[in-house]
Design a protein around this ligand. Structure first.
Ligand code: GRF
Length: 192
C-alpha cells in the first residue's frame, strides 16, 4: 500500500513511519509527505529520505474545499492508498474526510474519547488526572471522533510539566503509529 503523510511541523511521527516502512516485510511504503506549512522541519527530513514532498498554504486558496481538492490531487498523483495525519494542525472538511474514508488515520495525544482538541497535556495536568496516553484512530467528520485502532497509556507523574508529559507520550506515539499503520495496510482493521 502507498502512504501519504500530512504534517505541519517537526515530523517525528512521520519519521518513525518512514523508518518502519523500510522493513522488507512492512505492508506499506511512504511515497509522499504533504505539509500545510512550507517551513515544517519534517519536509527536509522526508527529502533526505528521497521521499516526494509538497507544501500548500491554505491561505493562498479561495476556499478550504479548493485547498483540500488540491491536496487530494497531489495525493492521487502519488497514487496514495492511505493517508496518515501526523501533527497536521488543520481541521479537514467533510468532503476530504469522506474521500479518504476508512483510509485515513490520525495520531492524537490523549486517550480518546478523553481530551479531544488542543493542549491535551496541559489540560490533563490541570485536571489532576493520573493516566494519560495516545490514540491512533480512523478519521471521521467529527474532530478526534473516529474509532480507535490502538491506544497506549502512560502515567502522569508528580511534578510533570506539559513538556515532560508530552515527551513520555511521544515515546508511545512512536511505538503505536507504525503498528496501527501496519494493521490498516495489511487489512487487519477496517472502518465499518
Ligand atoms: C504529536 O504529539 C501528535 O500527537 C500531535 O502533534 C504532535 C506532532 O508531533 N497531534 P510530530 O510533528 O509528529 O513530531
Amino acid at each position: 500500500k502507498k502512504v501519504g503523510v500530512l504534517i505541519s511541523g517537526r515530523g517525528s511521527n512521520m519519521s518513525v513511519l518512514i523508518e518502519a516502512a523500510k522493513a522488507p516485510d512492512f505492508p506499506a511504503e511512504i511515497v509522499g509527505v504533504l505539509s500545510n506549512r512550507a517551513a515544517a522541519p519534517g519536509l527536509e527530513i522526508a527529502q533526505q529520505h528521497g521521499i516526494a514532498t509538497a507544501s500548500l498554504a491554505q491561505s493562498k486558496f479561495p476556499s478550504r474545499d479548493m485547498f483540500e481538492d488540491t491536496m487530494t490531487q497531489i495525493l492521487e498523483s502519488w497514487e496514495v492508498d492511505i493517508v496518515c495525519l501526523a501533527g497536521f494542525m488543520r481541521i479537514l472538511g467533510e468532503d476530504f474526510v469522506e474521500r479518504w474514508r476508512g483510509r485515513m488515520i490520525n495520531i492524537h495525544p490523549s486517550l480518546l474519547p478523553a481530551y479531544k482538541g488542543l493542549d491535551t497535556h496541559a489540560r490533563v495536568i490541570a485536571d489532576g488526572v493520573t493516566v494519560h496516553g495516545c490514540t491512533v484512530h480512523f478519521v471521521t467528520p467529527g474532530l478526534d471522533e473516529g474509532p480507535a485502532i490502538l491506544q497506549a497509556e502512560v502515567p502522569v507523574l508528580p511534578g510533570d510539566t506539559p513538556e515532560t508529559l508530552s515527551a513520555r507520550v511521544l515515546v508511545e506515539e512512536h511505538r503505536i503509529y507504525p503498528e496501527a499503520l501496519r494493521l490498516l495496510a495489511s487489512g487487519s482493521v477496517s472502518l465499518e
